[in-house]
Structures are given as C-alpha cells and as structure tokens.
Design a protein around this ligand. Structure first.
Ligand code: FES
Length: 538
C-alpha cells in the first residue's frame, strides 16, 4: 500500500492493500466528522456507525497512510513506562484502571475480528519482559509486584523466556497479550464503516477546525466545508490544539527491521527489554515457508538526529547475535511515537475549550491499544454516553503537568531554538540527488531538496507551527521538526501535525542565489508566510 508518512515500507504496507477513496469536492453536513483515517479514527467511526451516527472521515493521505502503517502492532496491557513508575505518578487505582482499559481494547479487537470475520492473523500470545543493560534482577521483582497490584495477577517471574533461541535471563511473563496484522484488520474495519453508511474521503487536507458553539466546521484546502455536531481529531499529533497538548508530550522516531526466518522457528510472543529506549520483538506469518521476525528500538527525538543507517545496523547486529535463523533483512522502516509526560494517552475534549471538538494523541508506544481505547471512548463522548475511562485519559488532567520529565522535555525544545543561530550545514552545490540539506542564507535557513532530476526545491526551514528550524530525515525523505514533531515532505508539504501549513516558499532573491535549476513553485516574492495562528479560529 501507499504511505504518506515517509519513504520506507513496513512489513504491513508490503503485505496488504487498503481500500481507496476519492477526495472531498463538496460541502457536507453530518453527525460526526473525523479527521484522520488511522486506527483511532477508524475505530471511532466503526462504533459510531454501528450506533446509527452519520459519519464523515477526512484524511490528507490514503487510509492508514500515517503512523498506523508504521506500528509493530504489539497488543499489550504492559505499558512500556513500567508499572512501578506509573504507580509512582498516578497511584495504584489509576494504573489498575489503565491496565484494564488496555486489556479491554485487546478484547474489543478480538471481538471485532470475530464478528466481522476478519483474517488478520490475530492471536493471543504471551509477553516477556527481560532485563536490559541497566536494571538489576531486583527491578523485575519490584515490577512483578507492581504488575500484580495493577491487576495482572497471573504475571510471573521465569528464569528465562521459554522457546527463544537465546538466553533472555530472568524475565516476567504476561499471559493473554496479542498480536495481529494491523492493516488487514483495519482494511476490513474500513469496509464495515462504508457498509454501515460512513463516508470516507482521502487526499483531503484539513486547513482549519472551527469550534463553533453548536456545530463545529472543518474546512479543507480545496475550500470544502464539513459541518458536524462533533469533530474528532485523530491525526496522531492534534491539529486542533495549538500549544497545550504539545508541551505535554514529545515526539520520537523509532526504528524497525523485518527479517525473513523459517516458519515457526521462533515462538510467537511479544518480547521487550527494560532499557530506555527499549528493544521490542515479535513475529508475523508471511507465507507457507517463512515468518517475519520484527525487531524495533533505537529511538531518538524527532528531528534531532539523522543517522538511521547506524540504527538499522545496530538492530540487525542485535538480532543476528540472538536469532541465527535470520535469512535476510527485508524491511527497514521508522515510525513516530508521541510520548506523554505521564505515560497515559490524551483522549477527550480539546483542552483549549473548543466546543464539541475532541482529540486523541500521545500513544506512548502503545498505539494499537491506546488507539482502540480512543475509538471506544470518543465514540461514547460524542454521543453523551458515560465512559469509565473519561477522567483517566482527559487531556486536561493534572498529572500531565506535574512531573519533572515534562520540564526536561520542554528545556530540550527550548534548546532547539538555538538552531536559528547555528550555521546551516551545507551549500546548494553539495546536495546530492534525492537528498535535502539546510543552507543558511543571511538571516534565514533554507530547507533545500534536490530531486532525482537535479531540480532544487527550496522552502523556508522555519516550521509553521511554532517556528523551530526543521531538519532533514534521510531515511524517510522528510523535513522533521525537533520541537513538537511536525513533518514535511521533501518539497515542504505538511505530512504530520501539529503544523497545518506547508513550509513557506522562498523569495526570488534566495532562489537566484541558489542557481538556475530551482523549482518554480518554491519561489515567491518576499511576503509574510501565513502564520498558523491565522488558521485556528474559534
Ligand atoms: Fe512545533 Fe515545529 S512542531 S515548532
């Protein structure tokens, strides 16, 4: 399938086909407009359509063309922030509720798979948490106790994970976790939405969401307007909220390899270590002869490193040392993870008070379960139905602002603004075909990309969200913002929020100084680019 979020191809993209839809070309009215056709938007739509609501979904890429296609789809109630830390931040009761909500999400996926008859390789598997380089065996004992207090009374400590071709050392076992092929699942969910009367439009970029008192309006780049009783913003990083959610989470890139291995040569299980960033492992069936071993890790903050080949190499070394049956590495991809300050996703009313606008974000590396929780919870909220998870995931909750990690993340963001005064790394002549570089032009930095024909595409390197300087991501061929994770195509088209606007064109003066082979559309007379503030109107 096609992806709109990068250059690399995940095992899911390479082994599935998603339904396609036309762009929206007219004004519409509906009960619920959902912006974003990933797991959150599709799950919410599925539940709403079944409840009889008239639903319209808009996405600027194809269905599941964003981060949903880049997950590794571990379905787990074992949050990667670890139970001990979550208990410290939220207390026992809240962690118990959170754990139960993730288990409920897995159960709901299982019941949808069964009811819709979806062939998506869903299966229950155990999860194993083993020690990384930093933690002692006592860490596992403390984690086991915290897991039991969180409600996982059947968790247990083992001396090594059973069946693995390497010695994991002591580990915790969590029964009844699960795995599936996320795109095969969501392709069927999409068809069920359409069969139930839901309308889906792709290639439709949303320019603004106006939280009117009674009927919010969603306005698209091609000037269509969808008026709805409620709007759900399911865009991974919210485009309905300018600041508040974005200072309570941080964007990370995570890296994954997929290797062919002989069928059933590795036991089906979810495997994680305790490091930060941590390694995560699973398998997925490929054909009669082979499975794919999927190994992820090596995370870094979005836009703050560009060394993907080293990260893929280290993942492959780690894997080959432990899994001698690896035949060949066929997939290398990366994805974006939004890490909330307190470890729980933000799902609920838009925190700036826009009426009847709801959002879901901060997947915290548990995108499939947090995404399913969001779909269930938001479908209830827009229908005015009580849901026991509403307080737990409220984007306005206090715990999000109360911990030290948030201060550290925001200091890190503040440091990124020094990119304004550090030199650009390159000159126009140095840019190879198919690559991008930052080039300083007087007081400005230019995001310069040379396409495969040698034509230069020039854009102002200032992120259109809050004016950090973007940086080149050579693995995904994108411009990534180090502050809150916005991403742009090589030509400057916005791919991922919170930015709504494309990178601004450069002045004719800058283009002249770059030479003759400059793409015309990137050049405009010097004028103030449309600011993002202008695009939020409520
Ligand atoms: Fe916030 Fe770029 S994403 S400044």
């Amino acid at each position: 399938m096609q992806s709109d979020s990068g250059n690399t191809v995940s095992v899911w993209m390479g082994t599935s086909k998603m339904p396609t839809f036309a762009a929206l070309e007219e004004d519409l009215s509906c009960d619920v407009c959902i912006v974003g056709a990933g797991i959150v938007g599709l799950t919410a739509a599925y539940h709403l359509v079944r409840a009889g609501a008239d639903v319209v979904i808009l996405d600027d890429g194809p269905v599941c063309g964003g981060e949903t296609s880049r997950t590794t789809a571990h379905l787990s109630c074992v949050l990667d922030d670890r139970f001990q830390w979550l208990e410290h931040v939220h207390g026992e009761q809240r962690v118990r509720e959170s754990t139960a909500s993730h288990m409920a999400a897995i159960n709901r996926i299982e019941s949808i798979v069964r009811e819709e008859g979806i062939a998506c390789e869903f299966e229950r598997v155990p999860g194993y948490l083993f020690l990384g380089k930093r933690e002692s065996p006592q860490f596992l004992d403390r984690e086991l106790e915290a897991a039991k207090r969180a409600g996982l009374t059947d968790a247990r400590r083992l001396e090594r994970a059973p069946g693995l071709p390497w010695d994991s050392g002591p580990c915790l076992e969590f029964p009844m976790q699960a795995q599936f092929h996320p795109l095969k699942y969501l392709a069927s969910v999409t068809r069920a939405i359409v069969a139930g009367g839901g309308r889906i439009f792709t290639g439709t970029h949303v320019d603004s969401i106006e939280g009117k008192p009674r009927r919010p309006q969603v306005k698209t780049r091609n000037k269509s307007v969808v008026t709805a009783s409620s709007v759900i913003v399911a865009t991974n990083s919210p485009i309905s909220d300018y600041v508040e959610t974005h200072v309570k989470m941080a964007a990370y890139r995570t890296f994954v390899i997929g290797a062919h291995i002989p069928k059933n040569s590795v036991p089906r299980a979810l495997v994680w270590d305790t490091d930060d960033p941590y390694i995560y492992v699973r398998t997925t069936p490929l054909d009669d002869a082979n499975d794919v071993l999927i190994v992820g890790g090596e995370d870094h903050k979005t836009g703050q490193k560009d060394d993907a080949p080293d990260r893929f190499r280290r993942l492959e070394e780690w894997t080959r040392r432990r899994y001698p049956m690896v035949q060949s590495v066929e997939y290398r991809w990366s994805g974006q993870v939004m890490e909330p300050a307190d470890g729980f996703a933000m799902i609920g009313p838009n925190p700036d008070g826009a009426e009847n606008v709801y959002l879901a974000t901060a997947d915290s590396g548990q995108g499939m379960t947090h995404g399913t929780i969001a779909g269930i919870l938001l479908a209830d909220l827009v229908r005015g139905k009580e849901n026991p998870w509403a307080e737990l995931y409220d984007p306005g909750r206090k715990s999000l602002g109360a911990i030290k990690d948030m201060l550290r993340e925001n200091l890190n963001v503040a440091v990124q603004y020094t990119d304004w005064i550090t030199p650009g790394e390159s000159s126009f002549e140095d840019i190879p075909l198919g690559e991008g570089r930052l080039v300083r032009m007087g007081a400005h930095k230019v995001a310069a990309y040379r396409d495969d024909r040698g034509l230069l595409h020039l854009r102002d390197a200032t992120c259109t969200h809050l004016r950090c300087i973007v940086d080149w991501n050579s693995a995904e061929k994108s411009w990534d913002c180090p502050c809150h994770g916005s991403r742009f195509s090589p030509e400057g088209r916005v791919l991922n929020g919170p930015a709504l606007a494309d990178l601004a064109p450069v002045s004719a003066d800058v283009a002249d100084r770059a030479g003759r082979r400059v793409h015309d559309e990137d050049v405009k007379e010097r004028s103030r680019p449309q600011s993002q503030e202008d695009r939020y109107d409520r």
